[in-house]
Design a protein around this ligand. Structure first.
Ligand code: G4P
Length: 532
């Protein structure tokens, strides 16, 4: 890359913060996203921000099924300008059934915001998502939300984080008043002031902040102030202070309190993302080296998705820029095939809308259209070759035979299955016993099957039926294993289409234990658990 290009890539990378919010459904992820959008300037507004209950809303829902169920299956990206930085916020699907997808999204960010409900603390999906962050060694910022209504005690929540996640919580702000009686926040970096917020009706505008010197406040004037000051002294004594090295190593999490719905504590969080979260850094490559941000362009495909908008029936690949400067029109190289990839149609992705993107920098997400050949985990580059490590596939726990309902549409059916497999929607396995006409789908969560059936019928014109199989456990085996296992009742050996791996599937742990005991020496390796 030219000298100017190197400087541009470095400068722009240093301005980027690319992050995701992880939370259990209902903790307030959409509300927080809206509140962040309110405090920052959404770069591509493009009509995708639309009202939810009378408030501005950001939505990534795109399928009728998602809307019906109120879940977000797919991911979108928001880009904000704030202070002199550009923030890329990637949406993660909240439901556990899509944890593979979440893993892929989290492979494209540099930091995560873990959002907790003050009344509930850590919930099952928070734990699972946190595990993915730990696996990726992602720095995590914690935001304890809904402090405007009754909940648990702040110290108790910190204790839960420490005990259950094994990560050291370092509160940066501290609430004055118990949950439900919030009087304001104290920023531990400026402990002499109480930050008092004036709420606006419905949280439609940013809450006004007033900084009141604590020494000027009579102790009984602000309920909870005395207790908060004592707790702060206690925290000082226990060493619960923020430490950048530990945060970046993923062993400590800075903690913020607030109420997204009233915009309380949101600007402190936003500033923390800018000030604490890391900018894009050199990225590890498959051969154990690193790709520096100022190297020539490289990008990681972390998600492939079709039909985000029924008006554009094509396939779009979400690419995280890892190094260099992306310019629309560049001819890239697809590392997996060695083929050129034209980028005439590059977009920024914002909810359902797309805007053409002409230039993008490390940390940014671009959407490449007509991406039929691209798979999640693929690398694209220009000039200096590079390959990023592949995305892991997770241990499936649900299996079903899929068949076309209409024999005259078997071609569409076959193509549809191939496409959904390529997008990473589901794993496709073939069994000697059943043949290629009746492939076996394997998923981490059963909702993935619903997506397959829905998309086959409404998008790909190939209605299908599923026959669930009674397996819940998969282990990797080899040819010798297959020979032996094919004679065992209740066990089946399937070949994964994408990589030819042989998977032995069992109805439960008990059956698996029996087989292992009766056939010692058989290759039966664990696959990566989706999460937790
Ligand atoms: P999610 O995306 O994580 O699933 O959560 P979402 O933002 O949809 O929020 C879930 C519910 O929690 C919503 O209430 C929302 O208003 C509420 N909420 C979010 N942040 C706060 C907060 O800081 N304080 C309080 N008290 N509530 C909060 P809902 O009744 O389900 O929907 P709505 O009618 O309010 O939109």
């Amino acid at each position: 890359m030219s000298g100017i290009g190197v400087v541009e890539a470095c400068e722009q990378a240093a301005r980027r913060r690319t992050f995701a919010v992880i939370s259990h459904p209902d903790a307030g992820k959409s509300t927080l996203t809206e509140a962040l959008a309110l405090h920052a300037r959404v770069i591509s507004e493009a009509g995708a921000v639309h009202g939810k209950a009378g408030r501005r809303g950001v939505t990534s829902d795109w399928m009728a099924m998602e809307r019906e169920r109120g879940i977000s299956v797919t991911s979108a990206v928001l880009q904000f300008a704030y202070r002199d930085t550009v923030l890329n916020l990637l949406d993660t699907p909240g439901h556990a059934d899509f944890s593979e997808d979440t893993y892929r999204v989290l492979s494209a960010v540099d930091c995560a915001v873990m959002l907790l409900d003050a009344a509930k603390g850590l919930e099952p999906q928070t734990l699972k998502l946190f595990d993915v962050c730990r696996h990726r060694r992602l720095p995590v910022i914690t935001f304890i939300n809904k402090w405007d209504r009754p909940g648990r005690e702040a110290l108790e929540l910190l204790d839960e984080i420490e005990q259950r996640l094994g990560i050291h919580p370092a509160p940066v702000t501290w609430p004055v008043g118990n949950a439900g009686e919030l009087q304001g926040l104290i920023d531990r970096r400026r402990p002499a002031h109480l930050i008092h917020f004036t709420r606006t009706p419905g949280g439609a505008t940013a809450a006004a902040e007033h900084h009141l010197p604590i020494n000027d406040i009579a102790v009984d004037e602000v309920p909870g102030l005395g207790a908060a000051v004592e707790e702060l002294a206690l925290l000082e004594g226990t060493g619960a202070n923020y430490d950048q090295t530990r945060f970046l190593a993923g062993t400590s999490t800075p903690v913020f309190f607030g109420a997204a719905v009233s915009n309380i504590g949101v600007s402190l969080l936003l500033n923390a993302v800018v000030d604490l979260a890391p900018a894009p850094a050199p990225r590890l490559t498959r051969d154990g080296g690193v790709r520096k941000v100022e190297a020539s362009f490289s990008g990681l495909v972390f998600k492939v998705q079709a039909n985000m908008d029924p008006a554009h029936r094509d396939r779009i690949a979400f690419v995280r820029v890892c190094s260099g400067v992306f310019e629309r029109g560049m001819i890239l190289k697809h590392a997996a095939t060695g083929r050129p990839f034209a980028t005439k149609y590059a977009h920024s992705i914002f909810g359902q809308d797309r805007a053409t993107v002409d230039r993008a920098y490390p940390g940014d997400i671009i959407g490449l259209v007509n991406a039929g050949a691209l798979r999640p985990g693929d690398t694209l580059y220009q000039d200096e070759p590079v390959v990023f490590p592949p995305m892991p596939t997770f241990a499936p726990e649900h299996f079903a035979v899929i068949r076309s309902k209409d024999p005259s549409r078997s071609k569409q059916f076959r193509r549809g299955i191939e496409q959904l497999e390529a997008e990473g929607v589901v794993q496709v396995l073939v069994s000697n016993r059943r043949g290629r006409q009746a492939p076996v789908l394997a998923a981490v969560g059963p909702m993935q099957f619903d997506v397959v059936l829905y998309r086959l019928e409404y998008e790909l014109g190939a209605p299908a039926t599923l026959e669930p199989l009674p397996y819940r456990l998969a282990r990797r085996t080899d040819d010798a294993g297959r020979e032996l296992l094919e004679r065992v009742r209740g066990v089946e050996v399937l070949t994964r289409n994408s990589d030819g791996e042989l998977l032995a599937v069992f109805p439960d742990q008990w059956r698996f234990n029996v087989v292992r005991r009766d056939l010692p020496g058989l290759t039966l390796e664990s696959l990566i658990a989706a999460t937790g």
